[in-house]
Design a protein around this ligand. Structure first.
Ligand code: GDP
Length: 436
């Protein structure tokens, strides 16, 4: 519970073993006792006390740690509600931390990212953002714009005074510098997107080419972390495989691990459907057999797309060469593997990493934007910076330049949440789960 009166509610339902007046209990204290409903003992619990302003929300807070289990937890929740507490909205705790000024919007958004993170790299970027690395960078860039604004205002408001103001050329140079700094952040979203969403990967190949064996090989060889999610369309499953911190989102693998006859039934048409929305296509061929008509069809299909060709079953006698012109004219990313014994899987990882420049992503040192809302606002600020520069080039009056600079400052305000509308804020916190 969080809020001014949460301890009053707590007192009605919690009997501490060694009773103390609430104002005698220090923050960051845990007390042992029982949750009671009148005479009835509900559970034996530990309660943590946090006193304002030193809590997650900056309000008075308490946390009841009960034995697990749905019945007990539900009963305690009901007791709290019966005694005057209100059920939190999704993300309400973090929202209060934001509204009470403990964190900015960038940090609040990083909490969602950390909760939903699917890879080490994603948690790392989230934690860094929560610590305020991005907030500080934005604040520092904003300060540069603010300095320009102050200078402009002095020139506009006190033209008669001989105060030292920047020349138009100097203002322009400063704007160019700010633009460059923002462009670095904007560009980081390329990596950010990969970190957050993973590389949407479709494995295609005709029945028996070795799709499911490949998947198993990836899982086994790399001791990969796998999480399965229901896809948006019926019948699809999205699986995240994280290999050396590289998140691969394998889409529509529903058929891949099913029995062979079902794979047959699903066929290539289905694979093509899946591959349409992929960032990467892994096309797998049975190299122990000549290229079939279906294989040629697959090759046609991946032409011009970001794709890797796998020649599988190289432990058997090879009937397809990696130098085959029909393959080489499609892509030069051709790897020989044996899904059965795991040979070549490491090479495949390397190839994916190269294709997406994954080793250039440095989550430890670079500031990386992973959030589309933040990225869009940065893009908008860059556009306004360009407009401001144009007005200077066109020798427009200072107050016109000032209009664009003001817009840029507003864009910054929206990024950190200083001037974000209620609607936007609600939308952001709706993405949270309950109790966060
Ligand atoms: P899918 O239909 O594309 O999913 O193909 P599977 O992964 O089910 O593989 C079809 C058959 O080929 C199975 O009997 C596998 O054991 C076999 N297979 C897969 N990869 C290899 C390989 O690298 N070498 C050999 N010898 N057999 C393989």
């Amino acid at each position: 519970m969080s809020g001014k009166n949460c301890f009053e509610i707590l007192e009605k339902i919690f009997k501490a073993k060694n009773y103390q007046e609430i104002n005698e209990i220090k923050g960051y204290t845990i007390k042992y006792g029982k949750i009671v409903d009148g005479e009835e003992i509900i559970d034996e619990v530990l309660v943590s006390y946090f006193k304002e302003p030193k809590s997650y929300t900056t309000e008075n807070m308490c946390e009841i740690n009960s034995h697990g289990g749905n019945i007990i937890v539900k009963k305690i929740l009901e007791l709290c509600l019966k005694n005057g507490a209100e059920l939190a909205e999704p993300g309400e705790f973090t929202k209060r931390a934001f509204l009470n000024g403990r964190i900015d919007l960038l940090q609040a958004e990083s909490v969602i990212d950390i909760i939903h993170a699917k890879s080490q790299r994603e948690t790392k970027t989230g934690i860094k953002q929560l610590e305020g690395v991005l907030s500080r960078q934005i604040a520092s860039i904003k300060q540069e714009v603010l300095d320009i604004m102050i200078n402009l205002e002095v020139s506009i408001d006190y033209p008669e005074y001989d105060v030292e103001t920047l020349t138009n050329q100097q203002i322009k140079e400063k704007l160019v510098k700010v633009e460059q700094e923002l462009k670095i952040l904007e560009k980081s979203f390329d990596s950010g997107k990969v970190i957050k969403e993973g590389i949407k990967t479709a494995i295609i190949g005709r029945p028996n080419a070795g799709k499911s064996s490949l998947l198993n090989a990836i899982l086994k060889e790399e001791r990969a972390i796998v999480t399965a999610q229901e896809g948006t369309t019926r019948d699809t499953i999205e699986e995240f495989v994280t290999i050396d911190g590289i998140p691969l989102k394998l889409i529509d693998t529903a058929g891949i691990r099913k029995a062979n006859d079902e794979v047959e039934r699903i066929g290539i048409a289905k694979s093509k459907e899946t591959a349409k929305e992929a960032d990467l296509i892994i096309a797998i061929f049975d190299a122990s057999r000549e290229l079939s008509q279906e294989d040629v069809e697959i090759l046609e299909f991946i032409k011009g797309k970001k794709a890797i060709i796998l020649l599988n079953k190289i432990d058997l006698e090879c009937k397809i060469s990696e130098n085959d012109e029909r393959l080489k004219e499609i892509t030069n990313h051709i790897i020989k593997i044996s899904a059965l014994n795991g040979k070549g899987i490491e090479k495949l990882n390397q190839e994916i990493s190269n294709l997406f420049h994954l080793n250039e992503i440095n989550v430890d040192n670079d500031i990386i934007i992973t959030n589309i809302r933040q990225k869009n606002l940065i893009t908008k600020a860059i556009e306004n910076l360009k407009k401001a520069q144009e007005t200077i080039e066109n020798k427009m009056p200072l107050d016109i330049i000032a209009i664009f600079i003001k817009e840029i400052l507003e864009d910054f305000g929206k990024i950190t949440g200083e001037v974000a509308s209620e609607e936007i804020i609600n939308e952001i916190f709706a993405k949270f789960c309950l109790g966060k």
